[in-house]
Design a protein around this ligand. Sequence first.
Ligand SMILES: Cc1cc2nc3c(=O)[nH]c(=O)nc-3n(C[C@H](O)[C@H](O)[C@H](O)COP(=O)(O)OP(=O)(O)OC[C@H]3O[C@@H](n4cnc5c(N)ncnc54)[C@H](O)[C@@H]3O)c2cc1C
Length: 426
Amino acid sequence: MAHSIDSWVRHGVEMRKPLLIHPNLSDAQRIIVIGGGLSGLTFALRCAEKFPERTIDLVESSPRLGGVIETWSEDEWRCDVSVNASRPHPAVWRLIHDLGLDDEWHVTNDYASNRWVHFNGQRVKVGPALAMKIGIFRTIRGVRNARKGGRPVSELIPNTSIADALTLGIVNDISINVDADTLFPGLTRFGHEPPVSRSKLRRLVNDSYPSKAPPRRSMASLDGGMEQLIDSIVARLEESPKVKIHLNSRMRNPEEAASNFQVPIHSVVWATPNFPDLGFKKERTKIRIFAWGELAKSSIAPIGYGMLIPTGGPVSGILHESDIHHGSRAPEGQRLFRIMVPENRWNGELNQIHAHMNDLHGQKNPTIFKEIAEREIPRYLPGHLQKLNDLQVPCTWIGWGASGPSITHVVDEVERIVERMADYRI
Ligand SMILES: Cc1cc2nc3c(=O)[nH]c(=O)nc-3n(C[C@H](O)[C@H](O)[C@H](O)COP(=O)(O)OP(=O)(O)OC[C@H]3O[C@@H](n4cnc5c(N)ncnc54)[C@H](O)[C@@H]3O)c2cc1C
């Protein structure tokens, strides 16, 4: 089905992806949402706004809402343990705006935009010099090849170190294991083509932001951390008389949810990263997150966004948290770095991470060094998006296992589903 220009302007490249919506969800008067992460919460919010007469039950297995999103803090240190900033997408900006969070939402600091890859033992800035290392002809060949569909990112970007750095930074997995269509559907030309040229579409999308459009390739974050987003959505849901939240309640599958709440299965919205019995069950990797502080006056790491480290030790990425954000993340005179450690690269000894950080940052004595979280990340194996395209789901499935790894994917998917329910032209 071709999509209208209005839909392309609202959702951009996300229109290339399939929606796993059950056709009868639109008729459901009582909707059961399973999973209280960003996707389940945003769905409940958007659904309650659009259909205030419908009853919504949101069921979460753990004692807290937010899923992987959480902001750790200790004294004046503050660090998001999962998403810390969003790349531009009007759906995320609409959510922030509708929640009244515009004043807390800022584009990340311009002076901290440099990114590096640790390449052949050196810090190499992401830019033309790094692109030269891949080679223009090899890149063109890689893109052509990836357009055949279902290919790994390692074929799209024919330089293993650079491709691995990128995919480790986005989905905690090496590039041979990651679906190019899921990460770069515009580049691989997955799905439908937009009805206007890319540059025209970009202009129209830019004009559709509820506030000033963010600069291209910028990021934006909440001053108090991303947990603010969760708190604001939850506060809205608590004001909605037709929304009920159930914590500490795990549903084994959509059938159990339908039976417990005595609704047809098409009234269930499954908002967890894995969908039982559809072959996505165990596809996850694990990552450990650490906070690392340095005295600003003795810190020699350049000011910037962060560095990706494809090989050579347990640390796969370092984000310069106190450089990036508009809001404060570290005590006066200190710098805060967030360290990402894939579980399969670490021997479990803190000394190993300490030694690797010493190599990378030239710092023996961090002012803070502690594990702040452990998270699981869905896998997006080659062919993932094609597999979703062909999937018959017994009920609607949303969230990052279905839509893609970023909050732009998750938040936009929810908007598209609620629009489809309201029978908008999609
Ligand atoms: C380390 C890390 C870094 C990230 N960085 C970025 C970034 O920089 N930019 C970006 O855009 N995104 C980033 N993300 C991704 C972003 O955080 C996710 O896209 C988003 O938060 C996913 O939300 P979700 O609701 O789909 O899933 P989840 O947050 O996983 O929520 C699912 C919820 O369902 C519950 N649940 C699971 N099973 C059941 C069950 N059977 N019954 C009831 N409840 C159940 C879980 O307890 C959980 O609360 C990052 C993620 C991680 C982990």
